[in-house]
Design a protein around this ligand. Structure first.
Ligand code: GDP
Length: 191
């Protein structure tokens, strides 16, 4: 299945040249304070920042070259647990990054809950999901082991990576991983 953009943003996806330049929407989910904004800022800051105000919310667009091919991601940092449009957040993504903090077991449990909500909202779809354990620099405050994170990802059938936004560790790898997961599901027809 091609993860085609939808709705009002579909105009973003085709250049005036008429060539098909797919734009994939990546939504970050996770408890407040786990580092979503920090991760998105790193993603956006590596190149000229392209801040799009959509319905008053922030999204950052960037074209990544991964394995010799370019892919444009629109990364949305719009998730708030009590957000009135949270069901919309669960509908619009072509891929999801579920973030917890390795120093906060509650956020790890929330990540599992979010995975379940996502599965419920997008039942028949095979959407790329990456589980992210952030704040690995806070070694002495760790509450969730790497093994637990990895095991959770196996149970929930998603990819797993640990990052440190503070040290900029594994952040580029995270978004490259998102691109690869999206490509895997295109059925190879564009690769
Ligand atoms: P959000 O609410 O999920 O968007 O989280 P923020 O990105 O606003 O981060 C919450 C707090 O955690 C801020 O004070 C960040 O500076 C801090 N933070 C984010 N990522 C890391 C990290 O990898 N390591 C450390 N030590 N602090 C982090």
């Amino acid at each position: 299945r091609a993860a085609a953009p939808r709705d009002s943003w579909s105009s973003e996806s085709s250049g005036s040249s008429g060539s098909w330049d797919p734009l994939y929407r990546v939504v970050l989910l996770g408890d407040p304070g786990v580092g979503k904004t920090s991760l998105v800022n790193l993603f956006a800051g590596l190149q000229e920042r392209d801040l799009l105000e959509q319905h008053g919310e922030a999204a950052y667009k960037r074209t990544l070259s991964v394995d010799g091919e370019e892919t444009t991601l629109l990364v949305m940092d719009t998730w708030e647990p009590e957000h009135r449009r949270r069901s919309q957040c669960l509908q619009v993504g072509n891929a999801y990054v579920i973030v917890y903090s390795i120093t906060d077991r509650g956020s790890f449990e929330s990540a599992s809950e979010l995975r379940i909500q996502l599965r419920r909202a997008r039942q028949a779809e095979d959407i790329p999901i990456i589980l992210v354990g952030n704040k690995t620099d806070l070694v002495r405050c760790r509450e969730v082991s790497v093994e637990e994170g990895r095991a959770c990802a196996v149970v929930f059938d998603c990819k797993f990576i640990e990052t440190s936004a503070a040290l900029q560790h594994n952040v580029a790898e995270l978004f490259e991983g998102v691109v690869r997961q999206i490509r895997l599901r295109r059925g190879g027809k564009e690769s």
